[in-house]
Write a protein that binds this ligand. Structure first.
Ligand code: ADA
Length: 568
């Protein structure tokens, strides 16, 4: 399932990754033509994988089918999908058992009482973009299709733990914590079952519960509170992690958690009560050969490079895989997770559409549900660059901010604004995050000083001087290997100089408490962006798409190193 630690000792889990049958369905006739039971003709593809990397399918948009036969000993099965792009329908032996919308989050489907023997799992994936798609057609990444992350099936037996949320509050001096767990239980039998549930933190039993659930019942339960003394904190560069083990009489779930406190106070960001400066990069989980089906060993390499750059934070436009998050947890690197609302593509009318609002709120709910326990996630992002001076944006921001503050745990909640001088949504963020591209799209590098002064005045006028300012995006494109004698746009030299200038300027401004460079590496983007994107790639990476460093890599590394040393 792509975790860096074992999730179950008792629960049987089988990976369904590997060879699947596959065929496209451009006419969308599959449901009425029996594809749900058996694909009429098919080629072999490997899952996880996106069809765009199969010969002739780079630009295919539409429906496609995947089919895999597997053997089970029988029982109640839970199918777990890491991510399917974008609209998924799941069939077991020809019968629809569930579906999911949204390409970047995992989902589970339970099939009760499956008989022992051979069965067939069929997935219909559809990446067609319509007026209610999230993201919309105009977006700065590629509209891939297919099964992007791993698939597995688990056998559920008796009372099972479907999910867990670890809640804790640290004492003021951060030396102890009061904690409890919220569990989502499920009875996989069709008769009443009772079970004792034991929760261990490291090797100590911290809570015990006795429950009885009716056949097929799902129930949320909460443990008593327990206290942890001498807490070892999760921190940047020294990420202490704890193993939690939840065991029923027939099922189990391992969870890894960390204790840390993040907050904003008097215009500063405090991690574990100490002021920090965010030294970040934006990253797409994208590779030219694999797209969003990004191989795990390459994630490890990206994390190694991010560390080598002396970064302490990463931002992404959509939920990333648990493997990447596990690696960030282990390496003490903070993560900003948002949902794929890439605002330039969303009109005011779309932002106000009730279907879009429900769809995107559900994406927030799923992100919170599945990613809650990662200590590395210190920031939830509402959306990116929406029309934030409009009523529609105001209402959407209020809805998401309220939801995330109430349900998102101890995290900073914010959004990236590209309209800082007219933005009307700053009341719905804990820190003000600005995407700005002086020196690339508009103005030159000298425009930054004027902007900083004007924005400082606006922030004070709005009564928001207690909110730290972050540059959540800035940068410029450089074509890998492009050098000239003159320092002009598109060269590695221009990019390196502009980034160094911005970083030093932001660092020296007391209003600014962090920066996420746009971006870590080049990545394939949508043809919608046309000639603005040479080679069909967004070229603002400080590495190219194969992770070869441009000149800016060393500059950022050295600059971040200096900033890091000043903080020690
Ligand atoms: C925006 C957007 C990014 C990227 C960037 C750019 O700010 O949020 O996804 O498109 O601009 O390269 O222009």
């Amino acid at each position: 399932m792509g975790r860096t630690y074992q999730k179950h000792k008792l629960r049987k889990s089988i990976s369904l990754d590997g060879a699947w049958k596959f065929m496209t369905d451009p006419e969308k006739i599959g449901e009425n033509s029996g594809y749900t039971a058996a694909l009429p003709s098919a080629q072999t593809v490997f899952v996880p994988g996106l069809w765009n990397h199969e010969p002739g399918l780079l630009e295919y948009e539409g429906a496609a089918w995947y089919e895999k036969d597997f053997y089970t000993d029988g029982g109640t099965l839970r199918f777990h999908f890491g991510a399917v792009m974008t609209d998924a329908s799941i069939y077991l032996d020809g019968d629809l058992i569930g579906g999911h919308y949204g390409g970047f989050c995992e989902f589970d489907i339970i099939a009760p009482e499956v008989s022992e023997g051979e069965h067939r799992l069929t997935v219909r994936a559809d990446n067609t973009i319509d007026s209610r798609s999230v993201p919309q057609r105009l977006v700065d990444w590629y509209n891939y299709g297919g099964i992007a992350r791993s698939v597995n099936t688990e056998t559920l037996n008796g009372i099972c733990v479907l999910s867990d949320r670890f809640e804790y509050t640290l004492s003021d001096d951060l030396t102890s914590a009061r904690a409890y767990l919220c569990l989502e239980l499920y009875n996989a039998k069709n008769v009443d079952v009772s079970s004792r549930i034991e929760i261990m933190l490291e090797s100590e039993t911290v809570a015990v519960l006795d429950v009885t659930l009716g056949g097929g019942e799902t129930r949320a339960v909460i443990t008593d509170e327990f206290v942890i003394e001498n807490v070892r904190l999760w921190d940047i560069g020294s990420p202490e992690l704890y193993m939690l083990y939840i065991k029923t009489e027939t099922d189990d779930l391992a969870e890894r958690v960390g204790f840390r406190k993040i907050c904003v106070e008097n215009g500063q960001i405090l991690l574990n009560n100490k002021p920090i400066e965010i030294r970040g990069v934006n990253r797409h989980d994208d590779h030219p050969d694999w797209g969003f089906a990004f191989p795990e060993k390459l994630m490890k390499r990206d994390v190694d490079l991010i560390k080598d750059l002396n970064c302490n934070a990463v931002r992404a436009h959509y939920p990333n895989s648990h493997t990447f998050l596990d690696l960030l947890d282990e390496n003490g690197i903070m993560f900003w997770s948002e949902i794929p609302i890439w605002g330039n593509g969303f009109s005011e009318e779309t932002l106000a559409d009730p279907v879009i609002l429900e769809r995107t709120l559900e994406m927030h709910r799923e992100m919170v549900k599945y990613y809650y326990n990662h200590p590395a996630i210190t920031v939830w992002g509402l959306h990116n660059e929406i029309l934030s001076a409009s009523d529609a944006a105001y209402n959407m921001s209020k809805l998401f901010y309220t939801y995330l503050k109430e349900n998102g745990g101890n995290r900073i909640v914010t959004f990236a604004s590209s309209r800082p001088m007219i933005d009307r949504c700053f009341e719905f963020c804990d820190m003000i995050c600005i995407n700005m591209y002086y020196g690339w799209y508009d103005g030159d590098k000298n425009s930054w000083n004027k902007f900083l002064e004007e924005f400082r005045e606006r922030r004070d006028r709005l009564g928001m001087s207690h909110k730290p300012v972050i540059f959540s995006e800035f940068g410029c494109a450089a074509l890998y290997g492009h050098h000239t004698f003159d320092n002009i746009k598109w060269t590695e030299e221009y990019q390196s100089e502009l980034l160094e200038y911005c970083l030093k300027l932001f660092h020296s401004d007391p209003m600014v408490h962090g920066f996420y460079i746009w971006q870590f590496c080049d990545m394939r983007t949508s043809p919608e962006l046309g000639l603005n994107r040479a080679r069909g790639f967004n070229n603002k990476g400080i590495l190219n798409e194969y992770r070869k460093p441009k000149a800016a890599y060393r500059t950022v590394k050295e600059t971040y190193k200096k900033f890091m040393q000043e903080q020690l």
